[in-house]
Write a protein that binds this ligand. Structure first.
Ligand code: NAI
Ligand code: MG
Length: 501
């Protein structure tokens, strides 16, 4: 694994990470009230990459005040929907103008391959803003005919208004730092909310660079405030804040439950995008030239650090050995290395904590009798690398089958009877996504209907689009991201009833 020096980094990025980064409050870049900073690490070496202002309750308080002022009195609320849409569109275009910079920041801070950040994370973020820009002018209510029995002679004109929910707190994870910021900010801006965003402590850099572009695009001060910091301090303060109207969270189911509790003080609205343990089902009539690389990429994309990763692989018995050997072969060939290395296909996990967590699951699976057909271990001495792993001989009760690993580890299990498959696939606390591979179109759609998950991919996996809603059944969350459905998270309906005769 070659180590890449910072000197090879785009010079704009080198200068961005060379200075301690501040937080964005009310249009100004400021230090933490406490004066504290925290380090963010390069996961390919474990060395400090940059230092960032450490937001805490006091900073969250200032940011919420700025967001409230911008919501109640600022020019933002007076702007026409079209003006709002144009600003959001401009932000998408600005991201496109800075693809290289963002790709480097994502790769350095998160560990993902530069090539992937450049081809997926950054353009998807730009597209998300452009998609949401179009919604700003299309947030319509209804007119509603009334038949009130106790005022038979009266006539009414009744309609609904869809109003922004207000000040929104957004807490995001580290697996797609820029894209998660876009998923959250885009719809909140389109609906006219104001925002306090808390990026993940592992990966704050791209959100802070995005903050600069937000100000460059011309958003009024206080509309977007960005406070980096730790979950237990800044995140918890935001979730509990009495003047925040809504909190949107993406992360672990465990913390999702804490967010719900924290929201009870003022009963702020909550939307959650949480964990998953998604079943990926390969029927014996599948096109294996598609299904084998498809199932490999379903788990290995982003090093398995995807909430929707296809981590429980169910393969019909007659083709089990062939499919699983094919995926194992694929796993063995994956080039693991630093994100900036152009040969890298899989980078390190994001943090030492994740490395420990994933290795803990590997130990647990192997000690309970699962076997690694490929991988199974940490790789190298430096950085947070794990081998792409295919586990077989697992039983449904094992932790590696039931719990989210969030690493490049797939557990493959055979099935004989398609009838018993669906209950097995649904037997999990999560319901985020699923994959189905078959050439039988009827079977594909019947399976899609029976699976309890917010997304079902047929003969493909990990296909995302700003127009396609994404979110979870069961303990995978509340509400949907993207598509027009996400706008419900950020609007509230007012019914207006006028007597006209
Ligand atoms: P986490 O849920 O602790 O962190 C996600 C975000 O929540 C971060 O911004 C963090 O600072 C914040 N946070 C943490 N504790 C908080 C609290 N008490 N109040 C408010 N905000 C808080 O996730 P973590 O620890 O990084 O990863 C643990 C596991 O979570 C992973 O192994 C994976 O299973 C899952 N996860 C799921 C993600 C998803 O996309 N659904 C993304 C990241 C992690
Ligand atoms: Mg955590």
């Amino acid at each position: 694994m070659a180590t890449i020096s910072i000197a090879q980094v785009d010079p704009r990025v080198a200068s961005f990470i060379g200075k301690p980064r501040k937080m964005l409050i009310n249009g100004n870049w400021v230090e933490a009230v406490s004066g504290k900073t925290f380090p963010t690490y390069d996961p390919s070496t474990g060395e400090v990459l940059a230092t960032v202002a450490e937001g805490d309750r006091a900073d969250i308080d200032l940011a919420v005040k700025a967001a409230r002022k911008a919501f109640a009195f600022g020019p933002w609320r007076k702007m026409s929907p079209s003006e709002r849409g144009r600003l959001i569109w401009k932000l998408g275009d600005l991201i496109d103008e800075h693809v290289e910079e963002f790709a480097y920041l994502e790769s350095l801070d998160n560990g993902k391959p530069l090539t992937i950040a450049r081809a997926a994370d950054v353009p998807l973020a730009a597209e998300l803003f452009r998609y949401m820009a179009g919604w700003a002018t299309k947030l319509e209510g209804n007119t509603i005919p009334l038949s009130v029995p106790y005022t038979p002679k009266a006539k009414y004109l009744s309609y609904t208004l869809r109003e922004p929910i207000g000040v929104v707190g957004q807490i995001i994870p580290w697996n797609f730092p820029l894209l998660m910021a876009a998923w959250k900010l885009g719809p909140a801006l389109a609906t006219g909310c104001t925002i306090v965003l808390k990026p993940a402590e592992q990966t704050p850099l791209s959100a802070l660079r995005l903050g600069e572009l937000i100000m460059e695009a011309g958003f009024p001060e206080g509309v977007v405030n960005i406070v980096p910091g730790y979950g237990e301090t800044a995140g918890a303060a935001l979730a509990a804040h009495m003047d925040v109207d809504k909190v949107a969270f993406t992360g672990s189911t465990e913390v999702g439950k804490l967010i719900v509790q924290a929201a009870t003080g003022n009963l702020k609205k909550v939307s959650l995008e949480l964990g998953g343990k998604s079943p990926n089902i390969v029927y014996k009539d599948a096109d294996l030239d598609l299904a084998i690389p498809g199932a490999a990429s379903a788990i290995f994309f982003n090093h398995g650090q995807c909430c929707c990763a296809g981590s429980r692989l169910y393969v019909e018995k007659p083709i089990f050995d062939k499919v699983v050997e094919g995926i194992a072969e694929n796993a063995r060939k994956i080039q693991v290395g630093a994100g900036l290395d152009p040969n890298t296909q899989m980078g390190p996990l994001v943090s030492e904590e994740q490395l420990k967590r994933v290795c803990g699951y590997l130990d647990s699976g192997l000690s309970q009798g699962a076997k690694a057909l490929a991988g199974g271990r940490k790789r190298g001495e430096k950085g947070y690398f794990v081998e792409p792993t295919v586990l077989v001989d697992a039983t449904e009760d094992m932790k590696v089958v039931q719990e989210e690993i969030f690493g490049p580890v797939v557990v493959a299990m055979p099935f004989t009877d398609p009838e018993e498959l669906v209950p097995r696939a649904n037997d999990n606390i999560y319901g985020l996504a699923a994959g189905v591979w078959t050439n039988d179109i009827g079977k594909a759609h019947r399976t899609a209907e029976l699976i309890n998950a917010g997304t079902v991919w047929i003969n493909c996996y990990n296909i995302f689009d700003a127009a396609l809603p994404f979110g979870g059944y069961k303990q995978s969350g509340w509400g949907r991201e993207m598509g027009h459905e996400v706008l419900n998270n950020y609007t509230q309906t007012k019914a207006v009833c006028a007597r006209v005769a």
